[in-house]
Write a protein that binds this ligand. Structure first.
Ligand SMILES: Nc1ncnc2c1ncn2[C@@H]1O[C@H](COP(=O)(O)OP(=O)(O)O)[C@@H](O)[C@H]1O
Ligand SMILES: Cc1ncc(COP(=O)(O)OP(=O)(O)O)c(N)n1
Length: 260
């Protein structure tokens, strides 16, 4: 008798240094016990210090990859990350499996400050993906860019107003000893706070969190439970990654901490 794998799909860009993008998503899926499939939307040249180059893949080829995977694998949840340009966003929106829960990580700028997608892609994400999201996971600058709201609760409410069932507005870029993420839905706002982990190794935190949420949704969690589980997984990865060294800059979180 064979075991049916639970499949989660990431639609995202490549980080050759292995800490963010598709590479982080697949490690996260594996660590959380689900089968990770991946559709590449673009390539980057980057490392723990900065992003040197970004190349979106042709939208038609992104569509072809999606059709290959969705036409064969039983995809239980999808996460989107870096999406290259507006044409790629449109191709992704058209090719997503219709009934799998969708986590939209609206990646715009890397922690290094380097831009990963152009402005027209941001508008396309807002119009084509946010309305379909079970949860959209912007960091503070992305929440402001997507909505025009300076206040993060208001930004979350506007994302829900656009059709996302939940907005998780992340607080990693807001200064202070406590990091607070805001989970906003039609039911209200839940503050999720934790002590800041004192570490320079935060490369890929957003990718890892959204991939973990998607993995838990694939396993059948509701959004609130999936977010709690994903935050706990990421916290362990930050704490373990703080004591490890990869590269000379902002190193990755330790995706494999639970397997060690
Ligand atoms: N130093 C830290 N200590 C604890 N949690 C953190 C830290 N940095 C980021 N996080 C958490 O990592 C996740 C990603 O946050 P953020 O850095 O805001 O997003 P992004 O990586 O997309 O820029 C959030 O859940 C945030 O609370
Ligand atoms: C290919 C690729 N995708 C996304 C990111 C951004 O990763 P994120 O987890 O949002 O944060 P940082 O890595 O910038 O800390 C990326 N760098 N590369």
């Amino acid at each position: 008798m064979s075991v049916r794998e639970t499949v989660v799909l990431t639609v995202a860009g490549s980080d050759p240094s292995g800490g963010a993008g598709v590479q982080a998503d697949l490690k996260t899926a594996t660590a959380l016990g689900v089968y990770g499939a991946s559709v590449l939307t673009g390539l980057t040249a980057q490392n723990t210090r900065r992003v040197q180059e970004v190349h979106p893949l042709p939208a038609a080829f992104v569509s072809a990859q999606l059709a290959s995977v969705v036409g064969d694998l039983d995809v239980r949840a999808v996460k989107t990350g870096m999406l290259g340009d507006a044409a790629v966003v449109a191709a992704v929106a058209a090719g997503l499996p219709p009934s799998s829960p969708l986590v939209v990580d609206p990646v715009v700028v890397a922690t290094s400050g380097d831009r990963l997608v152009p402005q027209d892609a941001v508008a396309a994400i807002r119009a084509l993906l946010v309305p379909r999201a079970a949860v959209v996971t912007p960091n503070a600058p992305e929440a402001r860019l997507l909505t025009g709201a300076a206040d993060l609760v208001e930004a979350g409410r506007r994302l829900v107003g656009l059709g996302a069932r939940h907005a998780l507005v992340k607080g990693g870029h807001v200064e202070g000893g406590t990091v607070t993420d805001l989970l906003v839905s039609a039911e209200g706002v839940v503050e999720l706070s934790a002590p800041r982990v004192d570490t320079p190794h935060t490369h890929g935190t957003g990718c890892t969190l959204s991939a973990a949420i998607a993995a838990r949704l694939a396993l059948g969690d509701d959004v609130s439970t999936a977010v709690d589980a994903a935050r706990e997984y990421l916290r362990g990865a930050l704490l373990s990654g703080a004591g490890r060294q990869v590269g000379a800059g902002h190193g990755p979180v330790d995706h494999l901490w639970r397997l060690r």
